[in-house]
Design a protein around this ligand. Structure first.
Ligand SMILES: C[S@@+](CC[C@H](N)C(=O)[O-])C[C@H]1O[C@@H](n2cnc3c(N)ncnc32)[C@H](O)[C@@H]1O
Length: 229
């Protein structure tokens, strides 16, 4: 009888990211390519070591993380202030900053280890439009007035709205990257939206490159047009 294979998953060499070397990436990211590529390289080299991503994420960084983050960009203004709440490893905030060079981007993250990483990424990529703030979103009530607040994988929509609406200017937007259950979450958040005067809640299918699974983006506007009685 042959010996069972005792090689654990963590001992196996990482599988190759199928997007590695694909010329469509540079085409898609355009002027942001050098910075996004540098960020990707840092995540490959240090992401797991610094506890930012799981071991199996390295081989799917492009599709699941970087392209997924880029899906939010068309919903954001070209200029003004964009705040990314719960940036973690820099998703989507670093990708947003690279693809929206005319906007100022504030990355809000409470964990010191992660803000240290974000500062390293900003320095290595040379991004000039990013500020890293170590804080919980709730602590910035009144301290920022964003044109848009983004978030990915931070909290359910009702909680996220409660945390982020105080950071958005009147008429500004919450722009959340969500999975396929986005519509259900938006329905469940209706009472909170009314209370916070969030209007025009919508779920958008947000594709990036053909062949990449499209993600969903939820948008809602603070205030909006006054209701006519
Ligand atoms: C699951 S991670 C997602 C990170 C990143 N957005 C991504 O998509 O990979 C959630 C992040 O939200 C941060 N976080 C948790 N509570 C927060 C709060 N109240 N305000 C801001 N960030 C928060 C955590 O520290 C963590 O980095």
């Amino acid at each position: 009888m042959s010996e069972p294979d005792r090689t654990s998953a963590s001992e196996l060499p990482p599988a190759r990211d199928p997007w590695e070397g694909d010329p469509r990436l540079a085409e898609f990211f355009g002027d942001a390519w050098a910075q996004v590529e540098r960020f990707h390289r840092m995540l490959v080299d240090e992401g797991e070591l610094r506890g930012l991503i799981g071991p199996r994420e390295v081989e799917r960084l492009w599709e699941r993380h970087l392209l997924n983050s880029a899906a939010v960009v068309p919903f954001l203004p070209e200029s003004g202030l964009v705040v990314d709440v719960g940036s973690g490893a820099g998703l989507p905030g670093i990708v947003v900053a690279a693809m929206r060079p005319g906007a100022s981007v504030v990355l809000v993250e409470p964990m010191e280890r992660r803000t240290a990483w974000l500062a390293d990424v900003v320095q290595a990529t040379g991004l000039q439009n990013v500020e890293v703030r170590r804080a919980r979103a709730q602590e910035l009530d009144g301290a920022v007035e964003a044109d848009a607040v983004t978030a990915r994988a931070v909290a359910s929509l009702d909680k996220l709205f409660r945390w982020t609406v105080p950071l958005v200017r009147e008429g500004g937007r919450v722009v959340a990257l969500k999975g396929s259950r986005a519509a259900d979450e938006l329905t469940a958040a209706a009472p909170v939206m009314r209370k916070l005067r969030l209007t025009d809640g919508a779920v958008h299918r947000a594709p990036t490159i053909e062949g990449v699974e499209a993600t969903y983006v939820v948008t809602a506007v603070r205030g909006g047009a006054p209701r006519v009685r």
